[in-house]
Design a protein around this ligand. Sequence first.
Ligand SMILES: C[S@@+](CC[C@H](N)C(=O)[O-])C[C@H]1O[C@@H](n2cnc3c(N)ncnc32)[C@H](O)[C@@H]1O
Length: 227
Amino acid sequence: MKPKDLKPPFTWDERHVLIQDRVWYVPDYLSDYSTFTFPGWAHPDLFGNDKPVCIEYCCGNGTWIAAKAVEHPEYNWVAVEKQFERVRKVWSKIHNDSLDNLIVVCGEACLTTQHYVPDASVHAVYVNFPDPWPKERHAKHRLIRAPFVEQIHRVLQPDGVATVVTDDTTYSEMVIREMAPFPGLRSLYTAPYFSTELEGYGTSFFDTLWREKGRLIRYHQYQKIKR
Ligand SMILES: C[S@@+](CC[C@H](N)C(=O)[O-])C[C@H]1O[C@@H](n2cnc3c(N)ncnc32)[C@H](O)[C@@H]1O
């Protein structure tokens, strides 16, 4: 299967929430998201079993999560990506590598989570190299802000861990500013609240790119605790 073999399932005017062929479409700007009811992770159109669920937000072409799905068949993996062209790449990996424990969501991270991901239903959350939006006037576009942190906390199971990885120092500082004081989360790292190594973590497209350019990578990990 080539990425282009995945055809858009609807036009913009016909758009609706749909699970089809390992892709869960959650389009932007619907007037009503309540017309679709999340069927549960164990539904046959999703995973068909009760294994713990791990979500990677902003998965890009899916290099990191496809490798995790192979390495850890004991978990179900959900890749979330808003760009259809990148979703197509994940979809082709799912089919070409027969990854029965991986699905891809074509949708915006916060919107999808807020509308459909049930409370305490996720074992672990990962965000690898979220878009940094380096200019201060674009900071409102950064994903790791209070509303999304609240959603991460809500969907994680007790003791579940959220990992955020970035090469961008400003973004790292913002992650720490948003997540460290959040009631109900505790950093797994003591001050300065990140590590530059995380053994066995795996490699994404942007991880490889930035390491080749000599950039330092920062890993942040927060565990859900009782508020
Ligand atoms: C810098 S790339 C990183 C891709 C991948 N994680 C990696 O490390 O190679 C950021 C990705 O996040 C996606 N993205 C950005 N904001 C998003 C959001 N709010 N919801 C879903 N995807 C998002 C972008 O489309 C892009 O593919």
